[in-house]
Structures are given as C-alpha cells and as structure tokens.
Design a protein around this ligand. Structure first.
Ligand code: PLP
Length: 447
C-alpha cells in the first residue's frame, strides 16, 4: 500500500506488482508521474517536463483540459457505465461529431477501447465484406499488439510474437530518404512505390486481398509523410481490384497533422478509418472504426459478429464530446497546422542545418521527426535498425539529456520525434526546440 507520495515510494510500489508492457521486467525504472497540466507534467519531487511525446502521442489536447475533466465528472455523477446494446446520449453525440469530421460518406462509428481493437475489428469487417482473407500492410507500420494486429504490424516489435502470418502480407511504402526503389525524386518514389504495391497484389492474387491497411503518415516507424500522389494512387489501385482501403488514423487522427484526419491532406476517402488516442486525448480509453455507407450497408440484414462490453463507454464518450467541442471552439486543429508551418517545421530545419547528426527533418502539424545519422553523406544511421541495449546507447544518452533539460522526448531507433500536444503554446514549442537544439550536441559526438 502506497502511504507516502514520494518518488522513491511510488517507484518501489510500481516495481512490486506492476508488469510493464514492452519491457524487460528486471530493468524497469519508470518515472513516477504526480500530475500534469497543459503541455507539462511533473514528478513527486517537483521536476517539470515539457511533454514532447504527448505521452504515447495521444495527448492532443494537453493534460487536464478543464472542459474535458468537467465532462467526465458530470457524466460520472449521472451514469458511469451502460452496456453497448442500450442507447446513450454521449455515445450518440460522440459518433455524430466524429462522422461530421470524417471524410466522404464515412458516417457510422463502431466504438472500441483503443487503437489495437479498432484495427482488429476493421480487418474483420473488411474480410466479411469482401469474402477475402489477406490484408496488406507496410513493413514500416505499427497497428497494435493483440494477435492479429501484431501480425499486421511491420515494425520489429512483431518479431518475438510472430507465430505465423495469418493472412498478413507486407509491402514497402514510400520513404524518399531511404528509398527501397532507388528513386531519385519524390515523384519517382511515388510512382515506384505504387508499382510495387500493385505487383504485390498481382502476385498475391487480387481475389484473395480484402484490404490495404496503412497509416496515412507512418508514425512510430519513421514519421513518413507520403509523396503528394501516393494515397490517391493507393485508392485507385484498391478500386481497380475491389480491395478496401483502411486508414489507421490511431496516431494521426484528431488534429495531430494539422487536419482532423491525415487523409484530408490529400482528399482521399478510405472505406474504413480506425481511430483512438486523440479522440479524447486518452483521458478515458476510447477507440473505434468509422465505416463508409457501403461497408455499413453490408451489415444491414446480416449482423456484425463482434462487440465489446465497454463499446462506447459513457465516460470515454463524454470525454470525446468535450474534446471535440473544445478542439472546434479553441481552433486547436488550425493551431497545430500553424505551429507546423511557422514554428516547428522552420525551427527543426534550422536545427537540422546546424547539427551534423541530423540527416533528415520531416513532418506536418505537431507530428515531426529528426532522423539521426553518423554520416550525412552515406546516411549511416546513428544507431542500427532495430537497435537494442548497447547499440541504442547514443539515442538513450540523447533522451536522458533532453530529460535533464526539462523536456520529455519520444525516441525510436535513430529518430527523435517531436510530438507536443496540438494546443502547445508557440512559446513552449520554441522552448522545446531550444532544448532539442542544445541536447543534439550529444548526438553530434557520434557523427
Ligand atoms: N495504430 C497505430 C498507428 C498506433 O500508433 C498505435 C499505437 O501507438 C496503435 C494502432 C495501437 O493503439 P493502442 O495502443 O491504443 O491499442
């Protein structure tokens, strides 16, 4: 029992019984978090951190937004839980608001408790609608950590639990900085990536492919903004072969890229969108699948064989309704776009020029990454692909230096991601960039 609110006591209590995700349990040392407000959180000793990771890239509206907190409390006083087969005003309003912001004819929402479940259900829906088994996903992707979602993931996190492909087929998406197609321009990368995808479909047998599932801007696996025509090209290929397009907007949705959904940057309408994280900033777990009219119609007379006890949980939906209203009233999505264009993008490019360890700078809105290298000319990565332990030391040192300077970073392999809340102030964004600029001297020592 935790009797004393100190960092040491919180650490000891955590170590005693909590089994942590993605971690060797003997090496865990999680920082106890005592509280948070806006773009900052702190420990029990009063050390404050500017949250440039938005926790797990879910905190689009910042910590402790008063409207969202109040909505959760109000709903808790009224009704804390309700089974999914009842109607509930918060669930209906959340679905209505989500449908309003979703592109095209995507206007029905199936609620889940997070991103992984959303992808599980979207894939099941696609298989039922098409009667086909296979799902194509990128090698550079993360789609979640249950059985199917893990097989669909391309990221090395798949390796330890990859007991069979179960209909998952991977392909290369565009990555101009490290082109798998030896392309020399963005246009060439786009053309060749589309040719490659079509070839994979042809060789797999289009009649066996239910869906292409992709992150419109790849998140954890590189912050890869696709070349201008890529997503439209994928949409056309899918249409040609009767394949459904599922956009995994778990990380990119609800303002992160400066639009409500990342597909809006290219006016592409998928058949299904999966979401979670930013829909209510993770104040209460919530995710879901947005279905197009055509996909939803398939289940008009035949029931959808799937559901969850907490689907459309009233506390989570109340938080989502308040979040979306706040985002609209406070212009948070527009602010994220403005920050990307006028503060974070230009700031990071300037930092990139000054530091030999920065090989590439890319992003949109409040969704950016610096790709770090040992040698700008050869593009040798600062740490090797899928680096662990000692190999990953330079990135661990960089992250520790950021933390020492009061910024909580998000690093993955040889990348430092820049992911503040969508409503971070310009002043805090600039302060964060200054810290990154100073901390990069650590990486430069290896370059
Ligand atoms: N899809 C993407 C693109 C993600 O980034 C994540 C999580 O980071 C997931 C799915 C899984 O979401 P969750 O952890 O909420 O299950």
């Amino acid at each position: 029992m935790l009797t004393d609110s100190s960092t040491a006591a919180a650490r000891a209590a955590d170590r005693a019984h909590v089994f942590h995700s993605w971690s060797a349990q003997g090496h865990i040392d999680p920082m106890p978090v005592a509280g948070g407000s806006g773009s900052t959180f702190w420990d029990y000793e009063g050390n404050h951190y500017l949250d440039f990771s938005s926790q797990f890239v879910n905190l689009n509206i910042g910590h402790g937004h008063p409207r969202v907190v109040e909505a959760i409390c109000r709903q808790a006083r009224k009704l804390c839980t309700v089974a999914p087969h009842f109607a509930n005003d918060q669930r209906s309003e959340a679905a209505w608001l989500i449908a309003q912001h979703a592109p095209g004819d995507l206007d029905k929402v199936f609620f889940t408790n997070g991103g992984t479940e959303s992808n599980e259900h979207a894939v099941r829906m696609a298989r039922l609608v098409t009667g086909r088994p296979k799902i194509l996903t990128g090698y550079r992707s993360y789609h979640g950590s249950t059985h199917t979602a893990m097989h669909l993931t391309g990221d090395p996190r798949r390796w330890p639990s990859d007991t069979g492909t179960a209909g998952a087929v991977h392909f290369f998406g565009p990555y101009p900085y490290r082109s798998a197609f030896h392309a020399e321009s963005e246009a060439q990368e786009c053309e060749r990536a589309l040719e490659h995808l079509e070839q994979v479909i042809t060789l797999e047998g289009p009649q066996t492919v239910a869906a292409v599932l992709l992150e419109p801007v790849v998140g954890t696996n590189g912050l890869l903004v696709p070349p201008a025509g890529y997503l439209r090209g994928v949409r056309e290929i899918c249409d040609r072969y009767g394949i459904l397009l599922i956009a995994d907007e778990v990380m990119t949705g609800f303002g992160r890229t400066g639009r409500w959904f990342a597909v809006d940057h290219w006016d592409v309408v998928p058949d299904l969108i999966t979401f979670a994280k930013g829909v209510n900033s993770g104040y209460v777990p919530l995710g879901g699948v947005i279905l197009s009219e055509r996909v939803a119609a398939r289940f008009h007379d035949t029931p959808y064989p799937g559901g969850l006890t907490y689907s459309g949980h009233p506390l989570a939906c109340a938080a989502a309704v308040a979040t979306m209203h706040a985002m609209r009233d406070e212009g948070i999505v527009e602010h994220a776009a403005w920050l990307g264009e006028h503060v974070i993008g230009p700031g990071l490019r300037k930092i990139g020029e000054a530091h030999p360890s920065v090989g590439d700078v890319r992003g949109l809105g409040v969704f950016w990454a610096l790709e770090l290298v040992r040698d700008r000319r050869t593009r040798e990565m600062l740490v090797p692909f899928a680096a662990t332990g000692a190999q990953a030391a330079p990135m661990a040192e960089l992250a520790a230096d950021c933390r020492r300077r009061g910024l909580w970073p998000f690093t993955h392999f040889n990348r430092l991601h820049v992911l503040p809340p969508c409503n971070v102030s310009a002043e805090d964004a600039r302060r964060g960039l200054e810290i990154i600029d100073e901390a990069l001297d650590v990486a430069d020592r290896y370059a």
